[in-house]
Write a protein that binds this ligand. Sequence first.
Ligand code: XIL
Length: 320
Amino acid sequence: GFYVGTAVAGGGHHLEQDYPDPFTHDKPYRKLLGQQFSSVSPENQMKWEFIHPERDRYEFGAADAIVDFAKRNKQVVRGHTLLWHSQNPAWLEEGDFTKEELRSILREHITTVVGRYAGKIQQWDVANEIFDEQGNLRTQENIWIRELGPGIIADAFRWAHKADPKAKLFFNDYGVEDVNAKSDAYYRLTQDLLKQGVPVHGFSVQAHLSLRYGFPTSLEQNLRRFDKLGLETAVTELDVRMDLPEDGRPTEAQLKQQADYYQQALSACLAVDDCNSFTIWGFTDKYSWVPVFFQGEGSATVMTEDFERKPSFYALLSTL
Ligand code: XIL
């Protein structure tokens, strides 16, 4: 009943445009992916820009391949994601649509994508990163909230639930590991939606951590308060980055501290009743998004680029 997952790297995104898709081309990678994990999350393959590249065209190939792979390896899948401000196709962000059109575009997308994988997705990140650091809705950045108002969030959950009544539907964000203004905003919103009978089932923390900022020590307390609302909780994108020394190689002390963060994150989840899904955002530094997005930081996953297990890998194993 407890799932340990990883993001599945694909071609494109932060890797070079023509980089061969690791999922299909890197055999050792694929083998570890099948053997070491009981849950998988498409890192990019179900995002709008990949799965819905043109208004009248869906591209399901990469997502289908992951869902099939998961089935063959007896893994569950976390779907990611349906309503987000980022990685939307240009046709959508730059299109000239009326509010009615936008609403039906979102409804059709959710119905189509969730419907296609109905029965095969354990948890969906329905709404991703809707609040900013102060706990305000991203009313400017997020096309859906900007154009259609905050009520669209409840609609997204309703449409997803209709398309796959078995999938658990989540809010997902970063910077919400601790009890803070941003997680408070989710706490209030989920309470509100639950009162209205909106099918919200979970709250998840991405947990993109850095040795720079310390471990979010109220993580367990935070998960617990959502658990008490009757929600499931999950850790969905854990990685622990660090400032790399000049030679690019982490020190032993850094690796030890990193292992401690991984262990603490897993322990927090294990300590909370309905925290049943724990996912790391890639398992090898070979394909990690971290060096591309965070200048000077790296070594954020549990294996080196050569798939050597780091102390963090063993820390997770010994905590399970
Ligand atoms: C990242 C991917 O890892 C990159 O490949 C991509 O270029 C950008 O997105 N929060 C999320 C994830 O919800 O979808 C992001 O994934 C990382 C932050």
